[in-house]
Ligand binder design. Structure first.
Ligand code: GTP
Ligand code: SPV
Ligand code: MN
Length: 654
């Protein structure tokens, strides 16, 4: 299929025509030039004043209106009034329904074909392939990054976007990642034809008219999203959830700071501030500007003595970030407060410390497994003003999912499961989809940190990597140096989860927990981490944890959740330099026997939990070498290669 030559394809060449357009009266408000008006055509503005938008936004909107041809434009202001109006409309239509047991909570079910991120259809578009992917070995498909050429993208976009909003409203969402106007914050404008996306973006990001003012001195990330089902609709719409699963495309143009998403309305595919912007595009900006955009939670931990420490932790999707970020300590006198549960933007300050902000404003958390027992703070957070997607609803107007069996009042209550079928506990099948989620405002979290919106961020002392490793990997280890920590992060692996389209439980590589979110060449990304160490900077100590080691009976060896504070306690005492805590091994320092506080826990098999089995690691180091040599190849930084060589020698000496 070739591109329609008559079609306006602004994505083809931003350095040409568009760039010159962008320069016209960049800072003059109230100017709408003729070109813009022509592109806008006679599409009515349903809400907001187009003339008050910054000219660069007017042009962005007008260009896309000309291509996508919506029946109207709705400029969002992020107010409660606006949300109420949209919610009323969606409830009337049957797309959302109120969960009567709570205040302002709603449930919705997607088309069952649209339930998770679609990694196979997510692309990074750069002129040179190796800006996106590493120079992998001959015949090796790159695992990190998925590249498409700009020419191929133009064809893909031309075959999807023209007329894709016909009969629908185009919502214009001004949003800030991070506190509006903050030194670490960035702005985005998302165009979408999904009102579910509008409501979710309002929870997950800061949507406000103030964003327009902050734009005066800043550029913005251009986010274009369509469910890909223009009216009149030719196929059957399931659950009032328009989508186009066969035609899904999520494409990023890092040099242009632009995102094009088509065909899906769910999660990271459509809430473009999250993975698309805050990780894939932001990691590119971060590389250019000397900071970091990472898939990490941020927590503040206060010890019984009153001292507080901030820690960031990178775990792959559905591996426990939200849970750790809101941990309720089982050790007396400890306090955890949440700064963020999924993404951290971090930059070194003048004082040499690494400062982190949570660019998001809400939690988009995995529902199954979340309960009063496992994560009481998340439960408290989503008692109001939240949206639940693909969970079950009880006849009492409550939510339900796997993991709530012990907490539900009436265990025989009739439910409608995520597929819209009648369901009861004990029936076959599941209540909720494994990747069903809640979207809840972060400010409602009872233990949200008082500084969670501090524009400067909080100072990070430790970075933790971790994944689901059923065998071989100890509960905790401390890496030997910044460089060794980067090597350990690069070797991160985990069992596949339901957050993406993978099936089965195979252990997969997920370097730095960023495999699905890498914005550029992974070797260059590792080099960027290495380059951050300079001058007076205090590099955070790097750790690796594994809450998921199993015994011969397939049972977790570690209780996890609130008891993870015991591991955090060990980390903090190590940071403090307390003596006799560590035992050096070939892969890093593990806790000396008895150095983790296990008071009140029965039957923890310390030796099995902490062991570093020689045969396992001899296999692992071979596999890791193969992985890094074939996947990263000549892009692997020499320092990381040296760490691999040293670790291999240590392991082979076992
Ligand atoms: P994303 O939002 O996809 O990035 O996931 P996440 O990393 O925030 O994962 P989350 O905290 O939502 O946890 C995912 C699943 O892991 C849930 O079902 C939790 O119940 C489970 N989980 C979290 N922490 C632990 C733990 O310490 N031990 C065990 N066994 N399971 C855990
Ligand atoms: C993840 O998969 O890591 C998530 C959910 O946080 S989504 O926003 O859908 O990517
Ligand atoms: Mn995540």
């Amino acid at each position: 299929m070739s591109a329609d030559p008559n079609l306006l394809t602004p994505y083809k060449n931003t350095s040409g025509a568009n760039a010159s357009l962008r320069q016209i009266s960049e800072d003059a408000f109230y100017v709408v030039n003729e070109v813009v008006m022509k592109r806008l055509g006679h599409v009515p503005i349903h809400k907001g004043d187009f003339h008050l938008l910054p000219p660069k936004v007017q042009r962005f909107v007008a260009e896309k209106v000309e291509v996508m041809r919506p029946r109207g434009i709705y400029i969002c202001d992020g107010t409660q009034h606006e949300a109420d109006e949209i919610i009323d409309k969606l409830v009337e239509r049957g797309m959302l329904s109120p969960l009567r047991a709570y205040e302002n909570n709603y449930i919705c079910r997607t088309d069952p074909k649209d339930v998770a991120r679609v990694e196979s259809k997510t692309w990074m578009v750069t002129p040179d392939k190796h800006q996106t992917v590493c120079r992998t070995a001959e015949g090796t498909e790159p695992l990190m990054g998925h590249w498409m050429s700009p020419d191929d993208l133009a064809v893909e976009l031309d075959s999807r976007f023209p007329g894709c909003m016909a009969g629908r409203i185009m919502y214009v969402i001004p949003f800030s990642m991070g506190p509006i106007g903050g030194p670490l914050s960035k702005i985005g404008v998302q165009l979408t034809d999904s009102n579910y996306v509008v409501l979710s973006m309002r929870i997950m990001t800061r949507v406000s008219n103030d964003v327009w003012d902050a734009l005066a001195n800043n550029d913005f990330v251009r986010c274009i999203h369509s469910v890909g089902l223009p009216r009149p609709v030719k196929q059957r719409v399931v659950n009032h959830w328009p989508c186009n699963p066969e035609r899904v495309l999520i494409a990023h143009r890092p040099p242009e700071r632009e995102i094009w998403s088509f065909g899906s309305g769910y999660g990271g595919n459509s809430l473009l501030g999250k993975k698309c912007f805050a990780l894939r595009i932001a990691s590119n900006i971060a590389k250019d500007e000397g900071w970091m955009a990472e898939h990490m939670l941020i927590m503040g931990v206060t010890r019984p003595c009153g001292r507080e420490h901030f820690i960031a932790a990178a775990f792959p999707s559905a591996c426990g970030k939200t849970n750790l970020a809101m941990l309720e300590p089982t050790l007396p006198g400890w306090k955890v407060r949440c700064v963020g549960d999924d993404i951290a933007w971090m930059k070194f300050g003048e004082d040499g410390r690494l400062y982190a902000i949570n660019p998001e404003a809400g939690f988009f958390g995995v529902a199954p497994g979340t309960s009063h027992k496992t994560n009481p703070m998340a439960v408290a957070t989503f008692q109001k003003n939240s949206i639940f997607t693909n969970v079950a609803e009880t006849a009492d107007g409550e939510y339900f999912w796997e993991g709530l069996e012990d907490e539900i009042k009436d265990k025989n209550v009739e439910m409608i499961n995520w597929l819209g079928e009648k369901w009861k506990i004990g029936d076959k099948g599941v209540a909720a989809h494994p990747n069903s989620r809640f979207a809840a405002p972060a400010r409602q979290c009872p233990i949200i940190h008082p500084d969670w919106e501090s524009p400067q961020g909080v100072p990070i002392e430790a970075i933790i990597f971790g994944g689901r490793r059923p065998a071989g990997v100890p509960l905790i280890l401390e890496t030997n140096s910044w460089e060794h920590g980067i090597f350990v992060g690069a070797c991160l692996k985990s069992e596949a989860t339901a957050a993406a389209e993978h099936t089965g439980k195979q252990v997969m590589h997920d370097p730095m927990a960023m495999r699905p979110f890498m914005g550029y060449n992974f070797g260059k990304y590792l080099q960027h981490w290495l380059d951050l160490k300079q001058g007076n900077r205090k590099m955070p100590q790097i750790y690796h944890v594994n809450w998921f080691r199993k015994d011969a009976n397939n049972k977790f060896l570690w209780p996890g959740f609130g008891d993870n504070i015991r591991v955090i306690d060990w980390i903090i005492r190590r940071l403090d330099g307390e003596a006799d805590l560590g035992l050096e091994t070939a892969i890093g320092t593990v806790p000396a026997k008895g150095s983790i506080n296990l008071e009140g826990l029965s039957d923890v098999n310390w030796d099995e939990l902490m062991s570093v089995p020689a045969d396992y690691w001899k296999e692992d180091v071979k596999e890791v070498r193969h992985f890094l040599e074939t996947q990263v190849g000549p892009d692997l930084p020499a320092e990381v290669r040296a760490e691999m060589d040293k670790q291999e020698q240590r392991i082979n000496a076992l």
